[in-house]
Design a protein around this ligand. Structure first.
Ligand SMILES: Cc1ncc(COP(=O)(O)O)c(C=O)c1O
Length: 387
């Protein structure tokens, strides 16, 4: 046996192959319907696709400016103004990134000293834990409690320490589908202001809301200049493979993110930047149509899961719906998901991967409904075998 030090640094140990890769491989191997990973199986607006092709044809194929092409930064600023009344200077308060993922990682790397703490809500999107670890920071989680995924403000207050650097919030929330209410956001804002904290918000599902309304934390009093708002074109325009994301905030916050970002990707996806700029300027019904389409799919899959005997937890936004498998006499979501392809030819994701508190996440399983209705129908037919 070699006593050589492992190649992977200790701060990244525990971040092996993601469950999404494992489950997607299992889907291919078993010919299962893949409702694991959240990507749509239809294309987004044709205007956006055509704009990417046109940009390639027009020779927009070399490095763009590191913070993003001016047309896209302008379109992002205009989008924030149009939808939320938030004014950003496109030149100094907007940075384009390689997906929201890079925006999150660059933000954590830029803002956190080693040993700083980042407060986030559990369950949490898996890249948060890795980004926090890469920055040498520590995560502290505030539980969102099923079935309604509310949180106790006292739990949030208890998570704040003198080392807390920022609160990282995701709304609409993956995996739960929770859309944080105005009152909840106001409570988070109070804590940020009281402790002079930065808020970082991941709003990639901002246009995928079925019940309630998406409210950016930055719109709350006193929050505009302490909030970095992150989003991406992947979900809004059904092009998750393009990886065009962005962050908006005060010039000093954006400059910090840009400093880290320039040494990660420097820049990315010139023709796709042009296309997302076109997409962000499309008329409102295009955005509403996305939510309307996914609402039908949510209802369709939720009804099918319920018909299979599974307790379906309410979901107000995103691509995802969660079930509690205790309703079918099971308790271990990871084992359930590993067996599901053989049992009935469907792939899902165990929510435990989004939890530090493994007991809280154990009986929960996430299904993606951003698929064609015939694909959802096929999955529903297969899932009846569970009963
Ligand atoms: C909550 C959340 N944030 C960020 C991302 C990643 O976004 P992007 O593909 O733009 O990097 C995802 C993708 O699934 C997500 O669910």
């Amino acid at each position: 046996m070699s006593d050589r030090r492992p190649y992977l640094v200790s701060r990244l140990q525990g971040f092996g192959t993601t469950i999404f890769a494992e489950m997607s491989a299992l889907a291919v191997e078993t010919g299962s319907v893949n409702l694991g990973q959240g990507f749509p199986d239809t294309d987004g607006p044709p205007e956006v696709l055509e704009a990417a092709v046109a940009a390639i044809g027009a020779g927009h194929n070399q490095y763009p400016p590191s913070p993003g092409i001016p047309a896209l930064r302008g379109a992002i600023a205009e989008h924030q103004r149009h939808w939320y009344g938030l004014e950003y200077d496109a030149a100094t308060e907007v940075v384009v990134t390689a997906g929201a993922t890079e925006a999150i990682a660059a933000t954590l790397l830029a803002l956190c000293e080693t040993g700083d703490e980042v407060v986030t809500f559990e369950p949490y999107y898996d890249s948060y834990a890795a980004g926090i670890a890469m920055a040498g920071a520590e995560r502290r989680v505030v539980p969102l409690r099923a079935p309604d995924y509310s949180f106790a403000v006292d739990d949030l207050r208890a998570a704040i320490t003198p080392r807390t650097r920022l609160i990282l919030l995701n709304s609409p929330h993956n995996p739960t589908g929770k859309v944080f209410t105005h009152d909840e956001l106001a409570a988070i804002a109070d804590v940020c202001i009281e402790h002079d904290l930065v808020a970082v918000t991941d709003e990639v599902y901002e246009h995928i809301v079925f019940d309630g309304e998406h409210v950016p934390l930055a719109t709350l009093p006193g929050m505009r200049d302490r909030t970095l708002t992150i989003s991406s074109g992947g979900k809004t325009f059904s092009c998750t493979g393009w990886k065009i994301g962005w962050a908006c905030g005060s010039p000093d916050l954006v400059a910090a993110v840009q400093t880290a970002k320039q040494y990660l990707s420097f820049t990315s996806g010139t023709p796709f930047q042009h296309a997302i700029a076109v997409g962000l300027g499309l008329p409102d019904p295009v955005f509403q149509g996305l939510a309307d389409d996914l609402r039908v799919k949510r209802d369709h899959l939720s009804a099918g899961l319920a018909a299979a005997g599974l307790e379906v937890l309410p979901t107000s936004g995103t691509y995802f719906v969660t079930v509690d498998i205790r309703s079918v006499g099971e308790a271990d979501g990871l084992a359930f998901c590993r067996a599901l392809p053989d049992r009935c030819g469907v792939v899902a994701v165990p929510n435990v991967v989004f939890y530090d508190d493994r007991a809280a996440g154990a009986p929960l399983v996430r299904f993606a409904f951003c698929k064609r209705l015939d694909v959802i129908d096929e999955a529903v037919t297969r899932l009846k075998r569970i009963a």
